[in-house]
Structure formats: structure tokens, C-alpha cells
Design a protein around this ligand. Structure first.
Ligand SMILES: [Ca+2]
Ligand SMILES: [Ca+2]
Ligand SMILES: [Ca+2]
Length: 806
């Protein structure tokens, strides 16, 4: 089929080839007008960076060749040499996807040379675009003379109707299905240099920014409103909860006109998103870990779904082990030096796959969830998908035996022994284990029904319905007979969030501050963007998990309200601006350098896409009784006239401070604004204003400074003469509304007064024992309490010179 499509496409080549021949003989077609904004879309077209950005055309499975750099260049030091070509299409390729546009005209130039002795005296070559699938279009042609550099020089216009989401340029010889019958004619080596495609600059990538308020002020679910995240797995470390999630935002591509993205494609996802919080309402965005794919931490994996994480001390070093599904076929693990990395791969092949003992019949060797027991023994739970067809149909549905438990090695990156069956009723995916009061809890997501089990089947009484979270309670981490089934822990999320929010789910449980919490996902942000017709982009949620006296779990109710904020937010520190309780219209991006708040190992993000009217907010910020004096922001101005307004309790609340982002455009700088009347506990809204239609600035981090606490006194010092000696006299009146201690200090002695009443004075004359004294100073040290907080204020007072007699 592919060959036939390809041949049909090639049918249109003849006319173009004629143009190419005319071009080669100097019959030049009129060139498209070149505009000032035109740009060369080819990177490293002269091969002076070696083979960077180039690869061998792999549009068909049979395509193949060797690409190398050669010093036999048309210009500069390098050209490309292609050898061992297996098809006529085998040649150097560069991906121009996202750069070329339908309806646009481009000028293509390149130099090409072939030299094979047994080859023909002249040979035609094509520059061709592969638009994906079987769609190939020859762009420009040249007929070269053996041993001489020939020049491609022509224009092409991409049809307005052409889909260009895939557009890959390559160089080839004219197509034939059986090139091996005459390789000297069809499969000769050739050299390529100085490739350029000049035309309109690439379009700006379509915005992924979520413009709606996806997490409503006052609500705590979904956890974040500026991006998606699925399969959340909670890790508690050092007073924070970290959530690791499948990066559903990776393939999100809303149409600029309709705002509707194509449906989620799990195959696009090879990153894991990390957020963290110390209060469960204000979440810091730590960005994405590039786990899989060619540039991933573990490049031998292609996908990173459904993360599970735990920590363990290995050889005296605390490490963090992040497990993930490499698609449905295998699972893997990467190692972090902290919850935020840096991440490395200790393995060169997948951890769980077809070689794993006891997992051979598991259809989907995915959804790995680690658990470390109190004795330090680690386990991994994984698996799912259709039951083995060798099982009786009824059992295939109700007891599919498709989940496994296996011991992990002490290194956490190997398995030990044989995997045990977890006989979870109607199990489908998403196994997870936690321990409470000496008993083990296994939770999982149930099958949706369908034909995986040989026809329509009904769950046994009490067994989960479709897409529900069931759970089991056992006395052993490897012992999960069906009798340990304990019920449905969480119905399908659509029961709570309505139309458009059904589909799969994936849960975890963590303990934080003495309470248990249940994480799950629901496409609630997707629903706020697109209404009841959602495209499968999921968002993280948390609810509290409560237990009955017998240890069974009270069924969780999903709400937008979510969980209580467990502590007020501390503003008196440098904290990342990518920390939100709620937000509107902003996005985040990773930048070079480390986080000011989380240290050298942690990635740093900034808030971007800040337009007039956008805002971010923090929930329940505690400024204390004495309040804040100022706010400092690290910002990069992108336009003149931008401002941050600081408001309390509501996006339209009173403005208590205004930060003018008046620093040089394009440069990072700190700006500070005084605050007026900010004390106690408030939600804080940062509202952004400035010229419309442009990004105003980016923000890296914030820091509030507490108001300086000052014990007020009226102090003075003077000199006088008594009995022929100079004295320094110091006086301080307590202007505070409560008693204070006052110490008067001079080089000639000091005196302390306890409990000086409001309005009363501390007074002392100090004998210098000299007839004269130079001008100098005395110190007045005041101690007391303001708003229950101990405060010491130090004042310095000057005295003049004084001389007795003379
Ligand atoms: Ca060159
Ligand atoms: Ca915006
Ligand atoms: Ca930051």
C-alpha cells in the first residue's frame, strides 16, 4: 500500500523534473519575491557542525544509509557523504516540521556531487519533502555531471491545502522499486553541501497557555490550573508533599481559533511533571523531568507514564527512585539525588519487561508503584491490561490475575525472585500499596468492561464496576488472594464531576502531618476549558482518606473543595513565583540556573505569558501582627509600563502595594515596593497590568520583608561640668505603650533600668574623670515586647564636646 501511494505521488514528478532540467540548463523560472523577513530554515546546511540536525531518511522501513562528514566540501571544511544507500530515497534528511507553512513559497539551494566510476555520465537528483505517511513531494531537481558539484536552485510553493505538521526535507535519486538491480545507476554514494531553504520565518508556536481560571479561588481541586498532570503519586519529604505526574500537557495543542486540542495521545508523553507544596493548596511548579526519548535520562525508553516514587538510603546515601511505565510493555526506574534531581539512570535496559520472572503472562507490564516496608525491604507492584485468554471467561473478568508484586533489590534498581500474583477483583491497572497500623493496603483501578475477557460479563456482588478504585487489605506485602478484597475506595470520578470527566483513574495514598490523603485525577481543568466535551487531559486532585475503627476505608467523595490548607503560607523568605494557590492566564517555563528557594540541585522556573489582566494568587498567607513592610520581586521586563498590584483576599481587593517593573527591558532585575497595612492572614493576589497585547514581564521569585519592629524612645545626650570634671548625660523616654528595659551605654560606664513605665525616663550622668570630653555618642538599648514578640531596639545619640573651666 505504501509503495503504491508512493508511486502515485511520484506520478506527478515528471513535470517537475522537466522544470529541474530547465533550471539545470540555465532556464531559470521567475523567483518569488524575497522579503526582508525571509530566513533560512535549514540548520547546519553547510555541514560545518558535522552532521548536527541531519539524519538518514527513514520514511519507509526499507530506507537506510550511512551518513558521514567529508572534507571534500563545496565550501567550508565539511560536506555530508551518504553511502550504503538501500533505496533511492535513502539520503540526508532534516526535519522542517513547524518551520515551513502551507501556501508559502520557498527558494531551495544546495550543492550535490556523485563520483562512482561505474555510474552514469549524468544523474538526476531530487530535493523532496516527506509530509508524513505516504505523502512525498519533489520540490527541486538538478541533473549533475559525474564528478562535478551541481547546484539545486529553484523555488517551490507548498499547496495551501497541504498538512505540514510533518515536513521533512531530504535528498534522493529518482524512485524505482528495484534499485538493487542496478545499484550503480540508482544507489550511488553522493555528497551534499550548502543546503538552504529560504522563506517566511517559522510561525510562532501556537500558545498552550490555559486562559481560563482552571482552579477557582477558594477551591483546592484541581491542584493547579495552569497545566495538566495525571496519575499523581505523592511523596512526603522534609515537610513537603511532592507530586509526580504523567505530563498530559506535553501533547496538548489547542487550536488557536477554536481553543480545542486534539485528543490526548499518550504516545507523545516522555516527561514527568513535578509540583510540590508544604500546605496542600499553594503548589510550586518544578517543571518536567525529561525521562524518556532520545534526550531523556533513560534514552532506552520511549514513554514515561504513571510515575511512582520512593526514597531509600543505599550505601549510606539517601536516594530517590522514580519508577514509570515505558508505554504498556515495560517499566523502568531513574535515580534522583533529591526529590527534584538531578536524575540519572543506573540501568541500560528496562527494569520490568518480558524477562521478569512471574510476569510473563501480564499483558501490560506497566504502572510500577514502589513500596518500602518498615524493615527496609522494598517491593514493586505493576501490571494490568487484559487477562490471559487461557483463563476461563468468567474468571478473566472477575479475577484476571494481571497485577504482580515483586521484591526489589537493595539497590532499588533490580528485582529479586519471582513476581507474585495480586488477585485483585476486576483489576485493570494502577496498583499501589501503603501500610497503616501493621496492615498493607493495595488499591487499583478496575476494568471498564468490553471484550478483553471474552464477552459481556458482570462483576460478582460487591466487586468494582467500571473504572473504579478498589482496594484490598493484607497482612503481607506479597500476599494478595482475592479474599483480601475490601471494597470500592473511590467510584469513577465522573460520578462527582459530571459529563466529560469519566475515563481512567490512577491513585496514590500518602501520610502527611498525621493524616492520610488520597490522590486521583479527573479531566476537570479540561472541562473548564472546553465544557462537557473533553479531550482526555487530566488534572491532579487530593481528598482526605479516613478509616473506620476496623481499618476499612470510608469511601472517598470527590470534590472541587478538596482538602484543608494544613498551614499558613510564610511570606518572609525568597519563594518561587511559580508557586500558586490560584492563577489566570499565565504559564511557566524552565530557565537556566538553580532555584533560589530549593537550592542548587533544583530546577528553576519563571512565570511567563503575563498579560494585562492576568494574575496569580497565594492562599492564606500569614503576615503576622506587625505585618509586611515591602515586597521584592525578581523580574525581567519585556515591555515598558508593566506593574504588579498586590491585593488582599480577592482579585479585585484593595491594592496594598504596587511594584513598578520599570527596569531595562530584557534584563533580570530586582524591584521593590513598599506595602501599606498588610498584617494578619490573607489570600494575596498579584494582579498584572500594563499595555495590552504584549507580554509584560516574567517573574522568577518573590520575597516579602516583615515590618521592622521598633521600640520607640526619645533619647538625647549632652555634656556638663561638675566639680571640675566633664560628665556625659544620657536620657531616654519610653514612648512605647508598655514598660521596657533601657540600658544607657557610654565609654565611661553604663546603667540599666528595668521596667521603665510608659512616658517615664531613664537618666544617668557618667563621670568622664577628665576636664574635657570630645564630641561622641552614647548607645540607648531598649528591650521589650511588641505583639507578644521580644524586640530589642538600639538607638545611638550624639553628644557635643565639653570642657570644664578654660
Ligand atoms: Ca560546507
Ligand atoms: Ca497570558
Ligand atoms: Ca523561579
Amino acid at each position: 500500500m505504501e509503495q503504491r501511494m508512493r508511486r502515485a505521488t511520484r506520478g506527478r514528478v515528471a513535470a517537475l523534473a522537466t522544470v529541474g532540467l530547465l533550471l539545470a540548463t540555465g532556464f531559470v523560472a521567475p523567483a518569488a519575491p524575497v522579503q526582508a523577513a525571509d530566513t533560512n530554515l535549514v540548520v547546519n546546511g553547510g555541514f560545518e557542525d558535522g552532521l548536527a540536525n541531519w539524519f538518514v531518511n527513514n520514511g519507509n522501513a526499507t530506507d537506510g544509509a550511512q551518513l558521514s562528514a567529508t572534507s571534500d566540501a563545496y565550501s567550508g571544511a565539511n560536506a555530508a557523504l551518504v553511502t550504503s544507500r538501500t533505496t533511492t530515497g535513502s539520503g540526508p534528511m532534516q526535519d522542517l516540521s513547524g518551520k515551513v507553512q502551507a501556501g508559502q513559497a520557498y527558494t531551495l539551494t544546495a550543492r550535490i556531487k556523485y563520483e562512482n566510476e561505474s555510474g552514469p555520465a549524468t544523474k538526476q537528483f531530487f530535493a523532496t519533502m516527506h509530509y508524513g505517511g505516504g505523502t512525498y513531494t519533489n520540490l527541486v531537481s538538478v541533473t549533475a555531471t559525474k564528478g562535478q558539484w551541481a547546484q539545486f536552485n529553484g523555488t517551490f510553493t507548498i499547496p495551501a491545502t497541504q498538512t505540514v505538521s510533518t515536513a521533512r526535507l531530504f535528498f534522493e535519486t529518482p524512485w524505482t522499486s528495484t534499485p538493487s538491480t542496478d545499484p550503480a545507476l540508482h544507489l550511488m554514494d553522493f555528497k551534499l553541501d550548502d543546503v538552504s531553504v529560504i522563506g517566511a520565518a517559522p510561525p510562532a508556536p501556537a500558545s498552550k497557555t490555559i486562559e481560563v481560571v482552571g482552579k477557582l479561588p477558594g477551591e483546592h481541586n484541581p491542584l493547579i490550573g495552569h497545566k495538566f498532570g495525571a496519575d499523581g503519586f505523592g511523596l512526603v519529604h522534609d515537610g513537603r508533599v511532592y507530586m509526580y505526574m504523567t505530563n498530559d500537557t506535553q501533547g496538548y495543542a489547542p487550536n488557536p481559533t477554536t481553543g480545542v486540542s486534539p485528543g490526548i495521545n499518550y504516545g507523545d508523553i516522555n516527561q514527568i511533571t513535578v509540583i510540590s507544596s508544604e500546605d496542600l493548596v499553594n503548589w510550586t511548579d518544578h517543571g518536567e523531568i525529561q525521562v524518556a526519548g532520545p534526550n531523556g535520562v533513560a534514552p532506552f525508553t520511549a514513554n514515561s507514564w504513571a510515575p511512582g516514587i520512593t526514597k531509600k538510603v543505599v550505601n549510606g546515601v539517601e536516594k530517590f527512585f522514580l519508577y514509570y511505565a515505558n508505554g504498556g510493555g515495560s517499566s523502568n526506574v531513574i535515580t534522583g539525588a533529591s526529590p527534584l534531581g538531578p536524575w540519572t539512570s543506573e540501568r541500560t535496559s528496562t527494569l520490568i519487561d518480558g524477562r521478569t520472572p512471574g510476569a510473563e503472562t501480564v499483558a501490560w507490564k506497566f504502572d510500577p508503584a514502589p513500596f518500602v516496608d518498615d524493615d527496609g525491604q522494598p517491593y514493586l507492584y505493576f501490571g494490568g491490561g487484559p487477562a490471559s485468554t487461557s483463563m476461563p471467561p468468567a474468571e478473566r473478568f472477575n479475577n484476571p490475575k494481571n497485577i504482580r508484586a515483586i521484591a526489589l533489590g537493595d539497590d532499588m534498581v533490580s528485582t529479586e525472585g519471582t513476581a507474585a500474583v495480586v488477585d485483585a477483583p476486576v483489576a485493570f491497572e494502577a496498583g499501589h500499596v501503603f501500610k497503616r497500623q501493621g496492615r498493607y493496603y493495595f488499591s487499583y483501578s478496575s476494568h471498564f468492561g468490553g471484550n478483553d475477557f471474552g464477552g459481556n460479563q458482570q462483576p460478582l456482588p460487591g466487586y468494582p464496576g467500571g473504572g473504579q478504585i478498589g482496594y484490598m487489605i493484607s497482612d503481607g506485602p506479597m500476599s494478595w488472594p482475592k479474599e483480601t478484597y475490601a471494597g470500592v475506595l473511590f467510584p469513577n470520578q465522573s460520578q462527582f464531576f459530571g459529563a466529560g470527566t469519566g475515563g481512567n483513574n490512577h491513585q496514590s495514598v500518602f501520610e502527611f502531618g498525621g493524616k492520610y490523603y488520597f490522590t486521583y485525577h479527573a479531566p476537570t481543568l479540561n472541562k473548564r476549558i472546553n465544557g462537557n466535551t473533553t479531550q482526555g487531559y487530566r488534572s491532579p486532585h487530593i481528598q482526605e482518606l479516613t478509616f473506620n475503627p476496623d481499618g476499612t476505608i470510608q469511601q472517598v467523595v470527590g470534590t472541587y473543595e478538596g482538602v484543608d490548607q494544613v498551614r499558613d503560607f510564610d511570606p518572609y523568605r525568597v519563594f518561587e513565583a511559580e508557586t500558586f494557590g490560584w492563577s489566570k492566564g499565565v504559564a511557566t517555563t524552565k530557565v537556566d540556573g538553580s532555584s533560589a528557594q530549593f537550592g542548587g540541585a533544583a530546577p528553576n522556573l519563571v512565570v511567563r505569558d503575563i498579560d494585562n489582566g492576568d494574575w496569580t494568587a497565594l492562599s492564606s498567607v500569614s503576615f503576622g501582627d506587625n505585618g509586611a513592610q515591602n515586597l521584592t520581586a525578581r523580574v525581567r521586563a519585556l515591555a515598558a509600563g508593566g506593574q504588579v498590584q498586590v491585593r488582599l483576599d480577592d482579585v479585585n481587593g484593595p491594592v496594598v502595594g504596587t511594584v513598578a517593573v520599570d527596569t531595562p527591558v530584557g534584563q533580570w532585575a530586582e524591584v521593590t515596593a513598599e506595602l501599606d497595612g498588610v498584617s494578619g492572614v490573607h489570600d494575596v493576589y498579584f494582579t498584572y497590568t500594563g499595555p495590552a497585547g504584549v507580554d509584560l514581564f516574567e517573574i522568577d521569585n518573590w520575597a516579602f520583608a516583615a515590618a521592622t519592629l521598633d521600640l520607640p524612645v526619645t533619647a538625647s545626650a549632652s555634656t556638663r561640668c561638675v566639680g571640675g570634671k566633664a560628665y556625659v548625660t544620657v536620657q531616654a523616654r519610653n514612648d512605647h505603650d508598655a514598660p521596657v528595659g533601657i540600658t544607657l551605654e557610654t565609654p565611661y560606664g553604663e546603667r540599666s533600668f528595668a521596667a521603665v513605665a510608659p512616658g517615664a525616663n531613664a537618666y544617668q550622668s557618667f563621670n568622664t574623670r577628665a576636664v574635657s570630653v570630645s564630641a561622641g555618642s552614647a548607645t540607648v538599648r531598649v528591650t521589650g515586647a511588641i505583639g507578644g514578640q521580644d524586640v530589642t531596639t538600639v538607638h545611638t545619640v550624639q553628644h557635643p564636646a565639653g570642657t570644664c573651666g578654660g
